[in-house]
Design a protein around this ligand. Structure first.
Ligand SMILES: *[C@@H]1O[C@H](CO)[C@@H](O)[C@H](O)[C@H]1NC(C)=O
Length: 157
């Protein structure tokens, strides 16, 4: 199998296998981070949005699942997950779990393997309804090297 075909199979099976809750997952648009040479950007990002197109709508007080599929360049056995709102200073999204290894990510992460990161993002009720630019990165704790990074927008409704 070519790697492109393999990737298609992985993307498809990621739909079939998962229990996603209320909303169906769909592909969302994302962008690379400011220093892309430091890590990789995902091949695809899926999220359970309340709407079918455009900026992903998430419900305040709800939980939305994000899945990023990527091919890391480095190995890592201890991975930090960090999601923040890209304001004039970066504001950490509240209530997040910084330990990626476990349910969200199978560790160790192995260089050149197609890898899935699946995270249930809780949207706290007190967050003002608005559209937010979000940055998400996974970083190897041993070396402080970024593994994958991407930016996207969510609309809290
Ligand atoms: C990653 O680990 C594997 C063994 O699990 C090793 O063969 C490979 O060389 C390592 N790659 C990097 C980039 O460190």
């Amino acid at each position: 199998m070519t790697s492109r075909k393999l990737l298609a199979v992985v993307l498809l099976s990621s739909f079939v296998c998962a229990a996603w809750g209320t909303f169906s997952p769909r592909r969302i648009l994302f962008a690379q981070c400011d220093y892309p040479e430091h890590s990789v950007k995902p091949k695809a990002v899926f999220m359970t949005c309340a709407n079918n197109r455009g900026v992903c709508e998430v419900r305040a007080g709800g939980s939305h699942t994000l899945r990023a599929i990527f091919v890391p360049k480095i190995n890592s056995s201890d991975v930090d997950s960090y999601v923040r709102w890209n304001s004039w200073v970066e504001v950490q999204l509240p209530g997040q779990n910084r330990d990626a290894c476990g349910e969200a990510l199978t560790c160790p992460v192995v260089a050149n393997d197609i890898t899935r990161f699946t995270y249930n993002l809780d949207i706290q009720n007190f967050w003002p309804r608005d559209e937010y630019p979000v940055i998400w990165s996974l970083t190897d704790r041993a070396t402080d090297q970024e593994i994958v990074c991407f930016k996207f927008r969510i609309n809290i409704v």
